[in-house]
Ligand binder design. Sequence first.
Ligand SMILES: Nc1ncnc2c1ncn2[C@@H]1O[C@H](COP(=O)(O)OP(=O)(O)OP(=O)(O)O)[C@@H](O)[C@H]1O
Length: 368
Amino acid sequence: MTHIELRGVQKWFGAVQVIKNLNLTIEDGEFIVMLGQSGCGKTTTLRAVAGLETIDEGDILIDGKPVQHLKCSARDIAMVFQSFSLYPHMTVYENIAFPLRATGMGKAGIDEAVRSIAKVLRITELLDRKPSALSGGDMQRVAIGRALVRHPKAMLMDEPIGALDAKLREEMRAEIKRLHVKQGSTTIYVTHDQVEAMSLADRIVIMHEGVLQQVGAPEEVYQRPQNLFVAQFVGSPVMNVSPAIVRSEGDDVSVAIDATVPGFAFPRELLGKLNGHAGNGALKLGIRPEAVLVSRDAQPGYVPVVAHIIEPLGSHDIVDLKVGGEILRARTPSGFVPRAGDAVHVRLDPSQAHFFDQSSGESLGVRL
Ligand SMILES: Nc1ncnc2c1ncn2[C@@H]1O[C@H](COP(=O)(O)OP(=O)(O)OP(=O)(O)O)[C@@H](O)[C@H]1O
């Protein structure tokens, strides 16, 4: 049972504060992914939990006990990095056995532990090879095996598959997930790849410039981003964000993204939910490409637009639509909009619209 807690953690490198009052609780057996741009403080946080980096303020607790003054070796945490760091002169077997030898475990115990983890990672047939005779994916399997063989309290992984090619990354992603389901170790995993984060995490922790932005299950951060940063960091292609000009005309309410074009139809309840924000023009509308609905024919509630660029992706297309001076990206079935320059009609799905305060970037939490 391993439960990790960060309380008010602060870290400076010289005059630069790289972790700003971080509070986070990681439950036993949970797979947490820290996601953010390069330099946002993910690795520093991970290294602080491992004991490879000191912190300036706050507490790091493992199973309720403060560990920030303990050395790395006393924390019983394993770490896997992007660079595989295997011992080149040792075989795979010896690499995996190495951390156990340091504990003084007997030969038979070591043999059983190495073979058991090798079976889980499907590398039994590689045990006699040297690292130089392994593929990138196999090297990373060995590095993971070496980290897990002593059943550490927790597993920390820093972009462990970042150096692999796309196909191998996908395979290893599935492997890491399978392993976690089987072993259930409390895991903190760092990446800047949002697809990796969405597919692996029980909960995603999104960081920006040392500040935690949102913690939540993948579908929660995707469907209910708390601010513009999260909204535009999670999801590919990124969420469309534009000005929101809310107009009330008789019984109808519309939201225009450019003052020169008609607005998109929205239910009347929007006005009440915007709670006075609508009048001052200080709103941003966020809408994901799959919530931009395209029709070839004119229909009530649809706005005429022109297709600007079409990106065919095989399973679907991404179509850039020109709406006045703004571009809306829509996800359409392949070939649905045949040519750039074609006139089409578009509507927004109000149930998937997000509204943000323009100056703070915070979501207004409006759901229709
Ligand atoms: N030892 C150090 N001395 C000084 N500055 C450092 C040190 N380590 C990291 N930094 C700085 O701290 C900030 C956070 O770095 P960190 O490595 O935690 O970010 P990251 O989100 O993990 O980025 P990346 O994905 O590039 O590793 C960066 O601006 C980095 O340059």
